[in-house]
Design a protein around this ligand. Structure first.
Ligand code: DGL
Length: 263
């Protein structure tokens, strides 16, 4: 049985969700967190809906069995395919992510928005509904980025592979007026500066970058408050990292988490 002093569980297909975890810990330092990266099965974004559902439920189970009081699906792809199943299955709050299209539309007004996400996220009904809800579909360009997560998973964000991937992808929109770019996959937040650089080289317009991390963390806090399970201890919480892959990836998790906290 979990209570308010139990940890919050986070998961992602790999390292991407660490960017969300970092923001959560900054906002709620008294909370403890368990992070599970399903690196063995990354990327999710090029798998079938059924495969993503199964993998997502397995991540949920991993965390639930460790007594978490809430689960954060720090993965847009897993959310698109399986958030409803997760909410049906668990009697604890499940907080999910979606590409930050709403704030991007609010900021870009009538301008054009480029959404970068995994192919699975873009092909899901949930994403199509999101676009319908915000309207302006003619102003939103959705670009699936197959292969990008694999490169990011290697943890070297300065790698020439990332540069050439982005160059190839973004030059396809060369000369366009793009006012907002949505990072619709948590992995992409680690290469935000690279994306900014290539966007500047190819796009006109405001090129403001949005991600869903802040919104997800605010929602987590709200949900913990509403359920009366916000931690009331007066000391910094603990973080534990787990992976479905080799243990030697854990130092990378820690490096990303602690390094990003100090920048
Ligand atoms: N980080 C994930 C997301 O936010 C999924 C990446 C993947 O495994 O394809 O979409």
């Amino acid at each position: 049985m979990s209570d308010k002093n139990s940890p919050v569980g986070f998961f992602d297909s790999g390292i991407g969700g660490i960017s969300v975890l970092k923001e959560a810990f900054e906002t709620m330092p008294f909370e403890s967190f368990i992070y599970f990266g399903d690196n063995k099965n990354a990327p999710y974004g090029e798998k079938t809906e059924e495969e993503i559902k199964d993998l997502t439920l397995a991540c949920g189970e991993f965390l639930y069995r460790r007594g978490v009081k809430a689960i954060v699906m720090a993965c847009n792809t897993a959310t698109s395919a399986a958030v409803l199943l997760m909410r049906e299955k668990y009697n604890i709050p499940v907080v999910s992510m979606e590409p930050a299209v709403k704030p991007a539309v609010a900021a870009a007004g009538n301008g054009t928005i480029l959404v970068l996400a995994t192919p699975a996220t873009i092909n899901q009904q949930r994403y199509k509904k999101l676009l319908e809800t915000v309207g302006k579909t003619e102003k939103i360009i959705s670009a699936g980025c197959p292969g990008l997560v694999e490169i990011i998973e290697k943890g070297d964000f300065d790698s020439p592979d990332i540069d050439s991937y982005l160059e190839n992808k973004l030059k396809g929109f060369d000369g366009m007026e793009i006012d907002a770019i949505v990072l619709g996959c948590t992995h992409y937040t680690f290469i935000r500066e690279n994306i900014e650089k290539h966007a500047k080289a190819h796009f006109k317009g405001m090129r403001r970058i949005f991600d869903g991390n802040g919104g997800t963390v605010r929602q987590l806090k709200r949900v913990l408050e509403e359920n009366g399970i916000l931690n009331d201890l007066d000391k910094e919480g603990s973080i534990r990292f787990y992976t479905s892959s080799e243990e030697n990836i854990i130092p990378l998790f820690e490096e990303l988490f602690y390094q990003k906290r100090t920048t």
